[in-house]
Structure formats: C-alpha cells, structure tokens
Design a protein around this ligand. Structure first.
Ligand SMILES: Nc1ncnc2c1ncn2[C@@H]1O[C@H](COP(=O)(O)OP(=O)(O)O)[C@@H](O)[C@H]1O
Ligand SMILES: [Mg+2]
Length: 299
C-alpha cells in the first residue's frame, strides 16, 4: 500500500480497508508502505502472497508485478503485461479499437509538442475535448476543454505528469462503471457527481456524488455495457478484479469505454465494493475472492 504515486493517499485508504478485512477473516496480514527499498523489505520477511493495494504508477503499471515475478511471490490481480497496457490510456484505447470495442476518438501527443508553435495545427480532435495525462488516475491533471483559448493550458497541465498527453473527444452523457470479478461483470453503477464533473474532489469527498446501483439505464443497455466491459477486460488480458469506466452518450445511448483500472479503489465506500455489495458479495468476501486469485502469472 501507499507508494509514491499521486494516488498515494487513496492507496493507503484501500490498503487499510483490505488489511482490516483480511484480519477479520483471520489471515495473518501486515501492511507494507512501498518505497524504493521494497525488495529488501520483502526479502527480510517470509511472504506467502502479496495483496497489491497500490494505485497509479509503480503499483498499478506492472512495475511491482514484475518485481514480484522475479522474487517468486504470488500476487493478486493482473500480471505485468495487462497492468502496463491498461495503465497507458493511449495503448489501452488502441487495443480496444483493434477489438472493435467502442472508445471515443483520441490522439496521443508528446508533452514537448505542447510548447511548439504549430501546437494548434497538430490537434486533430474537435472541441469539446478532454485532456488527460496518459497514465494518471483519480482525474488528476484532467480538464474538459470547450474553447480553443484553454486548450494549450489544459495540455500543459496534463504534461506536468507524463511525457505524453491524451486528447479525447468529449462524450456528453452518463458516467458508468462496471466492476469485474474474475471475468464476471457486477451490476453496473451510474455515477452522478453533484457539480457535474467526476473529479478528484467528487471522487473522494463523501456526499459530493450520488450513485445509482444498479444504474437505471434499462436492462438491455446494462447488459450491453457489462458485455463490452468483460470484452475489454479480456482484450487487455486482465485477471482478478478490474473496473471499466465508461460514458453512455445521451445522444445515441452509445457506451464509450474510457479506461480500465486494474487495481480499483477498495475503500469501504469505493465503487467496486459497492457493486459487489449489490450482488450480495460483502467487502470481506470480495477481499477473500481476490486473495484466492493470487499467483505468479505468465505474460
Ligand atoms: N471523453 C470523455 N468525455 C467525457 N468525460 C470524460 C471523458 N474522459 C474523461 N472524462 C471524465 O473524467 C473522468 C476521469 O477520466 P478517466 O479516463 O476515467 O481517468 P482517471 O479516472 O484515470 O483519472 C471520468 O470519470 C469522466 O468524468
Ligand atoms: Mg476513471
């Protein structure tokens, strides 16, 4: 848990909630705050398996997964390939497109292109659009751009976090997320942020967002979204739990996949546990199901 990514605070919350659940289930478990001496720490302890409760860089991107492979410590969730693929929003969307899965039109720009004189000419995505760092989470560095005037500053903000920036067509619609446990979709959730944008504040401030579980979008649409989400999970070769974020367009009732999270938040109020709960799976049982999937993984 913890780590050094921008999502450290959330990861500590996930880690603490998971630890509590593991102890309630009588597992002997210990929380480790991940830093650059993690390999030495793991070597000192006798570890049967690692429950990865990290979000963002170094934890969710395949890095720690690769290290655990080398150390032969079985670990939860996706392997290093799926983790790395899903973390890079541009690569993930390219794979989704390849599989014929719907995702909004997009463009990947090098961060150093943002300052170039021809910046506006190389942008191919029409306004309104969304700008995000290529591999951040929690809406960090993300902006919705409705006017050309704000385009460069939005890209500059995203470029602070990564060497690449993603520009994506803005989808006006409902915000939907699908939790997946071992390849099976949970009931989909509709997220209704009170101030309209599901940003860091709406994600983590209690009371700032309403949720509808299951989403009130009609059974056929929900089933379609579940099916697409499971296909996306397999396309990226995910394992264990994952959460697929989508927008359901108002205009055509068309779902667009935004991203796949390979280590979804697991605080007691997070989306994946909320979906599990509505399917009759308690938080503690969900944690235990994740433990059961821990192993070393081939590419
Ligand atoms: N193409 C888009 N159209 C409309 N809203 C978007 C779009 N992309 C992102 N958003 C908004 O920004 C939020 C964060 O984007 P997302 O791609 O899920 O990245 P992350 O959650 O990793 O920061 C979404 O939950 C949604 O509210
Ligand atoms: Mg998201």
């Amino acid at each position: 848990m913890g780590g050094s990514s921008a999502e450290r605070a959330i990861s500590l919350r996930t880690g603490k909630a998971v630890l509590k659940a593991l102890r309630n289930k009588h597992y002997s478990a210990e929380g480790i705050d991940v830093n650059s001496s993690i390999a030495q720490t793991l070597l000192k302890k006798k570890i049967e398996l690692a429950f990865i409760a990290l979000h963002g860089r170094v934890g969710e991107d395949g890095t720690i997964q690769g290290m655990l492979e080398m150390m032969q410590i079985p670990y939860t969730g996706s392997g290093l390939l799926a983790s790395a693929l899903a973390m890079h929003k541009g690569v993930a969307k390219t794979i989704l497109r390849y599989h014929g899965l719907p995702t909004a039109d997009f463009q990947v720009m090098q961060s150093n292109e943002v300052e170039r004189a021809n910046f506006h000419r190389v942008v191919t995505i029409p306004l309104p659009l969304v700008v995000k760092p290529i591999a951040e989470g929690s809406t960090i560095g993300t902006s919705i751009v409705t006017s050309k005037r704000n385009l460069r500053s939005a890209c500059r903000e995203a470029a602070r976090f990564d060497q690449q920036v993603l520009l994506e067509r803005f989808i006006e619609g409902r915000e939907i997320t699908t939790g997946i446990v071992n390849g099976k979709a949970l009931p989909v959730i509709e997220i209704i942020p009170r101030d309209g944008f599901y940003n860091y504040r709406s994600k983590y401030t209690p009371g700032s967002t309403d949720y509808s579980v299951p989403a009130r979008i009609g059974k056929p649409t929900a089933a379609r979204i579940q099916q697409l989400s499971v296909k996306a999970y397999h396309a990226l070769q995910c394992e264990g739990v994952a959460r697929v974020d989508l927008m359901l367009s108002h205009k055509r009732n068309q779902p667009y996949i935004l991203e796949i999270n390979t280590i979804p938040g697991m605080t007691e109020t997070s989306l994946l546990p909320m979906a599990a709960e509505s399917a009759g799976i308690s938080f503690e049982d969900l944690v235990e199901q994740i433990i059961f999937t821990a192993r070393l993984k081939a590419l």
